[in-house]
Design a protein around this ligand. Structure first.
Ligand code: EPZ
Length: 432
């Protein structure tokens, strides 16, 4: 087991290149099942969620050849339904995309109830309701979701989502793309990765329009074909490095391979805090001088401020001048990590979905843990600003979604390293 060790206080200066979007890649990788052909997927982020998804595809019968660290050739001609292994599927949230993809291709599927970060209750009722509307019988048996199309075929229909769900929008698109007739998803998620999946499926011969708006229209086609497709840049990885660059005075970081439009809500809040941001076509420069000002933020579905940037924003608010509010508008319980920031001297009080943050002059270095993926990088951001040696444990959460984070931060001057946790330390950890 490893930990990250960070000595804070250094300004960050230089260039960071952002990789492909993890959450986009997850939908697209499982989407290759629908093609019954060979696809080449490029700009895949080499992170553990992607490795795990490729492993699930392999277990389902896909033949996968890595063409480079970030591109894979995926042949799904031999995929058989209902083969997703229980232990792998329960490790991550996005394994549920196997359900929509297999249902769309074979008319039946079975996979374990998905895992993922712990933000309180994470139901999948909207996915199930969508599959049922398309004409599938769905049951949960022994912790597995089993779905089968009545009479072997799904039929297009109109689906109104009571509340926006990214995963359910993606899963319904996957299931509907080869259904008979037209499906309309009303109140659909508008996230860039929903658009990326629609673009990928259209490149394979699908007929999807409206992705990126709240009404998506999917005209079912009888088959799809393989294609070569490059994943869009990861807006959350980009946003995370923007926040890292906003910690210490004298920082100036160019972030390359971004789509500035996807980052507008993050850019707007950082500017409000006093950070200087210059946008170019596919890059931006973040510059920090002087103390940050307080800011109020509420997370919302896209194009609102992303919930996946909420902990990183908190790591900045804790030392901003004044009292900031942070409201979680998507997840039931995404503030567990604030306990860790308190160990560094942050003054945060949480009531339900609202956190009140009284900015302190500085944070103290401490030993903290990554309670989930984004909370984990928030600990790195906080540690970059705290004088002295901080340690972050449970870093496997961070490695699910951030490619080469130590190398990327070291390249711009951060003092961060990955070290092994010694045995005596590991047992001492149990009591801290
Ligand atoms: C995706 O999760 C992302 N994960 C999450 O990112 C992200 O936080 C979330 O979208 C919101 O943007 C992936 O793409 C793999 P939802 P997802 O369905 O699809 C409720 C990260 O850090 N809901 O949009 O699971 C749900 O409980 C991860 O990369 C239902 O009630 O999120 C939540 O309150 C963490 N019933 C809200 O909707 C359902 O059937 C939004 O969830 C589905 C969701």
């Amino acid at each position: 087991m490893d930990k990250f060790v960070v000595y804070g206080g250094n300004p960050l200066r230089g260039t960071i290149e952002v990789g492909g979007m993890k959450n986009s890649a997850l939908g697209i990788l499982f989407g290759t099942i629908l093609t019954n052909d060979i696809c080449i997927i490029e700009n895949l982020p080499p992170v553990s969620d992607i490795t795990n998804s490729l492993e699930i595809l392999r277990e389902c019968g896909a033949k996968i050849k890595m063409l480079s660290r970030t591109s894979a050739e995926i042949d799904t001609r031999c995929v058989q339904p209902c083969q997703a292994p229980y232990e792998m599927a329960t490790k991550m949230r996005a394994s549920y995309y196997v359900l929509g993809a297999e249902l769309g291709r074979f008319g039946k599927t079975k996979s374990a109830y998905p895992g993922g970060c712990d933000f309180g209750v994470r139901p999948i009722d909207r996915h199930i309701k969508g599959f049922e509307s398309l004409g599938a019988d769905v049951e949960i048996v022994d912790g597995c979701v089993c779905a089968e199309a009545k009479e072997g075929v799904l039929r297009g229909t109109s689906i109104f989502m009571d509340d926006i769900s990214v995963g359910a929008t993606i899963n319904i698109m996957l299931a509907a793309v080869r259904a008979r007739g037209t499906t309309i998803i009303d109140n659909a998620a508008r996230e860039p990765h929903v658009v990326d999946l629609a673009n990928f499926l259209n490149a394979c011969g699908a007929n999807i329009s409206g992705a990126g708006t709240d009404v998506i229209k999917i005209k079912g086609v009888s088959r799809l074909f393989g294609t070569t497709y490059a994943i869009i840049p990861d807006m959350i990885e980009a946003g995370t490095y923007m926040m890292a660059a906003a910690v210490n005075d004298g920082s100036r970081v160019e972030i390359k391979n971004v789509i500035p439009k996807h980052l507008e809500s993050i850019t707007a809040k950082l500017i409000e805090m006093g950070v200087e941001i210059k946008e170019d076509e596919d890059s931006l420069i973040v510059e920090k001088n002087g103390r940050l000002s307080k800011v109020n933020v509420k997370t919302l579905p896209y194009p609102g401020f992303p919930t996946d940037m909420q902990p990183q924003m908190c790591a900045l608010q804790v030392t901003a001048q004044g009292t900031s509010m942070l409201i979680e508008g998507v997840w039931e319980n995404r503030f567990r990590y604030t306990e860790e920031l308190r160990k560094m001297g942050a003054q945060i009080s949480v009531e339900g979905r609202a956190a009140t943050i009284v900015g302190v002059d500085h944070l103290n270095a401490a030993r903290v843990k990554a309670t989930d993926l984004r909370a984990g990088v928030a600990m790195i951001i906080a540690a970059l600003g705290a004088e002295g040696r901080s340690e972050i444990v449970d870093i496997y959460h961070i490695e699910r979604g951030y490619e080469d984070i130590v190398e990327k931060l070291r390249a711009v001057g951060a003092n961060i390293s990955r070290e092994m946790i010694k045995e005596d330390e590991a047992s001492a950890n149990k009591v801290i």
